[in-house]
Design a protein around this ligand. Structure first.
Ligand code: GLU
Ligand code: MG
Length: 618
């Protein structure tokens, strides 16, 4: 989740005093990088995935599953045995927000050849195996997007009481600070977001109304004035950063050949974000309840919303500089490529001084406004030892602001003095249960970038329409029930016709008209070994079947699992036992000891059981 600095974190009041300093030097650091590498051309596309994991413990007697707060120790061991011992180690491990979380990536980026697609799943399996081998008895490494009983009494191991008192990081009624990663960055982020905002974060997720769900569904919090005011009827109320950043996702980063290719990819992929998010939907449950949404996005967005009341438009501007329409975790607000300019129809708040300065330094309007927009935010954490930096050779202040703008896409300049190129990160996907599915989504997105670049495709539609897509994408069963705006003519240079396309239950080919066929025909035109081709076709088949409804999304499958559970009382409540059964099942599916054709399809079984061979029909 970003850069880790060691040292003494400053309070919000102190950090705020240095905010202009951080911004000023962040921009200087960016400019150093920009001027040094704006003309760099790389010939290979490199890329890598990031998978976030949760550590789950099963008590088979009590039928209870809990999140194990041992991420820091596990990480230490993994790094010690891995990258620190062998620089060519195949996996890299990083911390994540929850003390029960960990993040794994391949040790080296993947290259541009097709055969690399056939190594992704193996690498993911290696990661799972490596981390699993270090876990205690009855513990598992799970790739679930949201833990159904996150924030319920006793959801962690060891158990801790939340401490909703002043001085705590979250002040949450539900989420104990002990569940936050022990590195000071994470608790400081949590506390400073709350202090900057002026109150606890507020997350209200609509409850799924089942037959026996109380009408209206109301929870009362008489002991907490903020909660009493903020919680809404018919909603699941949550009050901590952990409810959002304590969720897991699947991300892909691409290195482009040049800055302009990166800007082009950034724009094109931005339009795909809502659709791929809906296809990857995997988070229907929150705080022990069945919700009416399938994706984590809005939950995380609210969980790190540090905007003041003035910035949110609830009070006239007095102490804050701007009205800001979105949280720091949200969809992008402007396209970066020239062809995107005419579709930039969202009001863009920007730091005018920074914008002017960047123009004077020779940046074009689009890039200047992008950076000036990111820089309307304050730094959220600052370490005393890291205030005065060498702007020509360090980029911490730039990264401070950049890495706490958690948007659907991230445009990443190279680090100073490195041979890394310009990169873009694709961030909306939810993590899937198995390495097979995660590989499928990753390969699908990477292949899409190849096709976009080779065929010069154009998916751009007005950005406001992409935002509308983001909203519907999170709804329950959006992939089948909702309508998405999508460009009709995706051949570049042709005028856009925005229209609504229905992902129908039957009869439709794929994600949207023609896309899977385009990927397939690209595949046909490439020289690919048989084995790799089989894997890729398997992956594309999964995506296609999820899009058509022939296979379920993880969210839908989880809903059905709970609905059919013998303990379920059709009251939207997920008990400890139900949580236990669900997670046990998820773990069995992930480690291959249990099949799940409704989620993975028969091709998966075949592929797994007969090595890499599988039928390539369809
Ligand atoms: N876990 C966050 C999510 O689900 C992402 C954190 C990160 O940027 O690494 O989107
Ligand atoms: Mg991460």
């Amino acid at each position: 989740m970003g850069l880790l600095s060691q040292g003494s974190p400053l309070s919000w009041e102190e950090t705020k005093r240095h905010a202009d300093h951080v911004r000023r030097h962040g921009i200087l650091q960016f400019l150093h990088i920009y001027h040094a590498v704006k003309d760099r051309h790389k010939d290979v596309l490199k890329w890598g995935d990031e998978v976030e994991y949760m550590l789950v413990s099963f008590d088979h007697e009590k039928k209870k599953a809990q999140l194990v707060l041992s991420g820091e120790e596990l990480l230490e061991t993994l790094q010690e045995k891995g990258e620190r011992t062998n620089p060519n180690h195949p996996t890299l491990w990083r911390p994540e927000y929850g003390s029960y979380m960990i993040e794994g990536t391949p040790g080296q980026p993947y290259g541009g050849t097709m055969s690399e697609f056939n190594t992704v799943e193996d690498n993911m399996r290696k990661r799972r195996k490596e981390a699993t081998s270090l876990l205690g008895e009855n513990q598992a490494l799970c790739t679930i997007t949201s833990f159904p009983r996150l924030g319920c009494p006793g959801f962690t191991l060891p158990e801790f009481q939340p401490s909703p008192v002043e001085g705590g990081a979250s002040k949450s009624l539900f989420f104990p600070d002990e569940a936050i990663n022990k590195h000071p960055r994470f608790s400081t982020l949590t506390r400073n977001i709350r202090h900057r905002r002026g109150e606890k974060v507020v997350i209200n997720v609509p409850i799924f109304k089942d037959k026996n769900t109380p009408v209206p569904f109301i929870e009362t919090f008489p002991e907490d004035e903020e909660a009493a005011k903020a919680s809404k009827p018919d909603h699941i109320y949550m009050d901590a950063m952990g409810f959002g950043m304590g969720n897991c996702c699947l991300q892909v980063t691409f290195q482009a050949c040049s800055i302009s290719e990166a800007r082009y990819l950034y724009d094109q992929l931005a339009t795909i974000c809502p659709i791929v998010m809906a296809l990857s939907a995997a988070s229907p449950f929150y705080r022990g309840y069945v919700s009416d949404i399938d994706c984590r996005w809005g939950v995380i967005s609210a969980s790190v919303d540090d905007r003041t009341r003035e910035e949110r438009g609830l009070e006239p501007l007095k102490n804050s500089h701007y009205r800001i329409s979105k949280s720091r975790y949200d969809s992008i607000d402007s396209y970066l490529s020239e062809c995107g300019e005419k579709y930039n129809d969202i009001d863009l708040t920007k730091d005018k001084e920074i914008y002017e300065q960047l123009l004077q330094e020779g940046l074009d309007h689009l890039l200047a406004q992008h950076v000036a927009h990111l820089f309307i935010r304050d730094p959220l954490t600052l370490f005393e030892e890291k205030i005065h930096l060498d702007d020509a050779n360090e980029s911490d202040h730039f990264e401070n602001i950049q890495s706490t703008n958690w948007q659907t896409m991230r445009f990443k300049p190279p680090p100073p003095n490195s041979d890394i190129g310009w990169r873009v990160e694709f961030r909306p996907m939810e993590v899937q249960l198995t390495d097979f599915e995660n590989s499928a989504y990753v390969v699908f997105v990477v292949l899409l970038t190849r096709v976009i670049l080779s065929y010069k495709l154009d998916f751009l539609i007005p950005l406001s329409k992409v935002d509308e897509n983001m909203k519907v994408a999170q709804k329950r069963d959006a992939v089948l029930q909702e309508l998405f705006y999508f460009r009709k003519d995706i051949c570049k240079g042709v005028r856009a016709h925005v229209h609504r396309h229905h992902h129908q239950r039957q009869g439709r080919e794929g994600v949207f008209p023609g896309l899977i066929p385009v990927l397939n025909s690209y595949l046909e035109s490439m020289e690919v070994d048989v084995d790799t081709r089989c894997s890729i076709l398997n992956y594309l088949r999964l995506i296609k079947k999820r899009a058509s409804g022939e296979l379920m999304t993880v969210a839908k499958w989880m809903r059905e699992f709970i609905a059919k559970h013998p303990d379920y009382k059709q009251d939207s409540v997920i008990t400890d036992q139900m949580n236990y059964s669900l997670l046990l099942k998820c773990d069995q599916i992930a480690n291959g000891s249990c099949e799940c054709p409704e989620l993975l399809g028969p091709a998966f079984r075949k592929a797994r059981h007969s090595g890499s061979k599988s039928d390539s029909s369809t």
